[in-house]
Design a protein around this ligand. Structure first.
Ligand SMILES: Cc1cc2nc3c(=O)[nH]c(=O)nc-3n(C[C@H](O)[C@H](O)[C@H](O)COP(=O)(O)OP(=O)(O)OC[C@H]3O[C@@H](n4cnc5c(N)ncnc54)[C@H](O)[C@@H]3O)c2cc1C
Length: 384
């Protein structure tokens, strides 16, 4: 392994690999990426690939629009087809407050030219006759939204990062971050030390543990989300949007010939990635409540992964005061996969040019929590 690098990236998930690829493309010197296990074995390998423009804050919309450009042309750029299925996202409102929030969201999204529509319950029934809508007051639908294959995207970034000269090491765990007078000087790993002036924390749900190594408090909590998949089941010949029962924090979409249905999101932080019977029951109850025909479907499998939740459900990006050379790419709060292309771009700009020019990331700094500049996010109930 290298003894010296210009940049060391901690974490071989989609965020670390996107940053690595963009740095390599910008010829940022000797770039080394360290992954303690295997590439993608963290949250990325457990995510369901959802991509949406329907966010309620400007900064998230900007990250989505920038990232979608990459997903739209992924095959041309990386030679791998991630099969972007633009089935649309349908958010269902069941309370007056939901309606108010959704209508505010539409106004914001339309400012960015996003073709989002408000649907009344009759229109929802017309488009999605399998949904029970007695308690639904309306919904928003956007045809730009959909999903891609997480492993295809990860493989594309990994392969092209190597092609542009990034050194990637699996099975190498960072044990400590070395500093001298508030400057990064290197990392200590189970495979030896590497001297470097720049370390990127791209460790997903482990962000706060890596932060501690640099004596920083990074407020990112790992929260388990379980998901389940049914055996093949025919519901309709219509295209089924990814549908979100907002108040229940529940969603479903087609997955090959069956359905992917979300289970609960834990309230307490942990690194537990087991699935359990109670969660499967809750997922099934929510599914049958909204789509009664699913009563006849059978759950075939399930898995769990960790969200990396920040206090205001927005990413924490950029430099930190007091530890020069330490760069954060953390706290994506359940939507890091879909924003990974833009994150790679802005973090590489920050490192190479000293400033992120594609998107102004100053509102996502770590200091915002100390200053009380939390970003208001009315949609916290929903996480992919
Ligand atoms: C069930 C589920 C569904 C999701 N669905 C979606 C979705 O539809 N759309 C979406 O946008 N997002 C979704 N997400 C969120 C998404 O998966 C994450 O935001 C994204 O994968 C974060 O990527 P990452 O690279 O930051 O983290 P990870 O993929 O977790 O990568 C971090 C890596 O760092 C490594 N690491 C940690 N500590 C060390 C160390 N000391 N030394 C070396 N390596 C280390 C870990 O092993 C890990 O591989 C979902 C998440 C879950 C759990």
């Amino acid at each position: 392994m290298e003894k010296v690098a210009d940049v060391v990236i901690i974490g071989g998930g989609v965020i670390g690999l996107s940053i690595a690829y963009h740095l390599g493309k910008k010829r940022a010197g000797k770039i080394v990426l360290l992954e303690k296990g295997q590439l993608g074995e963290g949250s990325t390998g457990r995510c369901v690939g959802g991509i949406r423009t329907q966010f309620s804050t400007e900064i998230n919309i900007l990250f989505s629009l920038e990232s979608i450009k990459t997903f739209d042309h992924f095959k041309e750029e990386f030679g791998i087809d991630p099969e972007f299925r633009k089935i649309g996202y349908l958010f269902l409102a069941t309370t007056d407050l939901d309606v108010k929030i959704f209508k505010q969201n539409i106004a914001l999204q339309k400012k960015f030219g996003i073709p989002v529509e408000w649907l009344d319950p009759e229109e929802i029934t017309k488009r999605c006759p399998y949904l029970k809508v007695d308690d639904v007051l309306g919904g928003t639908f956007c045809s730009l939204d959909g999903y891609v294959g997480p492993s295809e995207v990860l493989s594309g970034f990994a392969r092209d990062a190597k092609r542009v000269g990034v050194k990637i090491y699996e099975g190498v765990e960072v044990k400590d971050i070395l500093t001298d007078q508030e400057r990064i000087t290197g990392v200590r790993t189970n495979g030896g030390e590497i001297s470097t002036p720049v370390v990127v924390n791209a460790s997903g749900p482990y962000a706060s543990l890596i932060g501690k190594m640099a004596k920083l408090d990074i407020p990112v909590k790992p929260l388990r989300r379980q998901v389940f998949v049914t055996a093949p089941f025919h519901l309709t010949d219509l295209t089924i949007p990814l549908t979100i029962d907002f108040q229940r924090g529940w969603y479903f979409r087609q997955e090959v010939d069956g359905f992917l249905i979300s289970g609960p999101l834990d309230q307490e932080p942990s690194f537990n990635t087991n699935t359990d019977y109670g969660a499967m029951l809750e997922a099934s109850k929510n599914a049958i409540y909204r789509i009664p025909a699913l009563e006849k479907a059978r759950i075939a499998r399930g898995w769990a992964g960790l969200y990396e939740i920040s206090p205001d459900h927005h990413a924490i990006l950029g430099k930190v005061p007091g530890v020069e050379g330490f760069i954060l790419a953390n706290g994506f709060s359940g939507h890091g996969f879909q924003h990974s292309p833009a994150v790679g771009k802005v973090i590489s700009e920050l490192i190479v040019d000293g400033r992120a020019s594609t998107i102004d990331i100053s509102s996502l700094s770590l200091e915002r929590f100390e200053k009380g500049d939390h970003i208001l996010e009315p949609m916290t109930a929903f996480k992919e």
